[in-house]
Design a protein around this ligand. Sequence first.
Ligand code: PRX
Length: 612
Amino acid sequence: MEISPKKTTGFNLDNYDLKIAEENPEKFWEKIASELYWFKKWEKVVEINYPFHKWFIGGKTNIVYNCLDRYMNTWRKNKVAIYWEGENYERKTLSYFDLYKEVNRLANALKNLGVKKGDRVVIYLPRIPEQIISMLAVAKIGAVHSVVYAGFSSQALRDRIMDADAKVIITADGYYYRGKVRKLKEIVDDAIKDLNINKVIVVERLGIDVDMKNGRDIYYNDAVKGMSYECKTEVMDSEDILFILYTSGTTGKPKGVVHVHGGYMVGVYATTKLILDVKDEDIYWCTADPGWITGHSYIVYGPLLNNATILFYEGAPDYPNIERWWELIERYRVTIFYTTPTALRYFKRFGEEPILKHDLSSLRLLGTVGEPINPEVWLWFYKTIGRENCPIVDTWWQTETGMHVVTTYPNMKMKPGYAGKGIFGIKADVADENGKILNPGEKGYLVIKNFFPALMRTIYKNEEKYKSYFRHGLYYAEDYAVKDEEGYIMILGRSDEVIKTSGYRLGTFEIESAILTHEAVAEAAVIGKPHEIKGEIIKAFVVLKEGYKPSEELKESIRKKVREVLGPIAVPAEIEFVDSLPKTRSGKIMRRVLKARELGLPLGDLSTLEED
Ligand code: PRX
């Protein structure tokens, strides 16, 4: 099925010659880069030392200068940067000038507490303005942020703090989610109990009593008290690290994906402007969390680089009822709405009535991200939410790519279920495991043939891991895909041991390790099982130690343990006790066999996929 947007012109991209991008991507990226501020211009656009790549060589900039400082001498400083709404309907509005001042105060406070250029700072905060302020303050002084999603628990947080070797953490006493209080500071205390941490800065979101360790812990308000509203922005090399964001892969240890000031800035600025088509008059809402890459790129950096006005909502989509999101769109007159297939599948269940009660006529462009979107859900999004007025961009990308890679441009023919094509001269295709490019209709692996500015630079302290993405001269995204005759790409899901549950990316090994911390568990294997709403749910197969008997209580106690160790998002929806797990001769658990059995697929078909 093909659908053309009603409107085909009037987009930001009308002002760009995309043929240049196709023929000479470097020229295109150079033009985009020149729309941003550089303390010193680059000498060379790109340098490739395969598979390593560098962009805007010799250029000096700072992404925060481009997000905030450069507006301060123009009317742009008075634009609303953030409309924030708390779960309990608290409201705050910050102009760019307000945001600039808050960022500067915290930046000065961080310096005062001893944070220097290159130091890693872990940010473990809910969706409150301080989360964005912290990211910008850290980057402003040239330090490196590593944001950890507040839905992760102590072990996950601890692993990330240790890998990044962070000495400063910014957190909160707690936050509200779906009406419940989640005590973050307690989780931090547990995570760092025997670590050498210099400072923990605590935002008082709830005003509840928390333990404050003398000399180490300091309240945010005390840290910024008396700090100047001005702070010099550190001059950074294009290739200096901006952030490390941990993501799950096939091993137990999360991978620290490294992004830098220059190339990442250019990539997210371009895609926010030309794919999400954000303009001055828009109210833009991305429902993600800055704890994940979508929030980094399309709540924080991309929109601020475009001087956009964003809506930032703290709470759950269905709290206090399933109309909350539609109320938000109506109240703020949201024009661009960027969300996930899981959320759409969830809302679709409740029918049209809760949506039709609200005036969503302000919407003009819709986007999805994170998982494949089923064509019927796509159509529902198009008709019920977009009232057939809005182009939909189904944006495929990853933590590693930093920015959109495969999608349609907003003026391009759309095909529900197909994300689109490589954008701005990025050559995305489908290949087999030997690097052979496949024909339309043949299923294979999604690959990218060329480099682009926002692609990660490395995996923190693990170059080998970075290199492992590149095989046969191609970047393997670890997704299955197929293309049609016109080159439109359909994403079929992960090809590795990563589970995508509600769009969250979790490694099977990580979850298994969490299950194994339970005293009754001898062995565990985890699979992703297709689910109507969440895309996949986590199913765990558990072998108990001698002396333990299967019971419902034991299942609950295992779930509780996973929640404590990794967080609520990693809790297995289903647990099955088994006597043994299928293994290869070398002792590797054959998760694919478990999956095939679970789904009633023929086992024979899987033999070739099995590595022995
Ligand atoms: O499997 C693909 C899926 O999400 C993976 C990347 O996950 P993460 O690094 O957490 O980043 C998510 C937000 C960019 C991909 O390997 N994915 C992402 N976008 C899409 C998608 N699958 C299908 N369609 C998409 N639009």
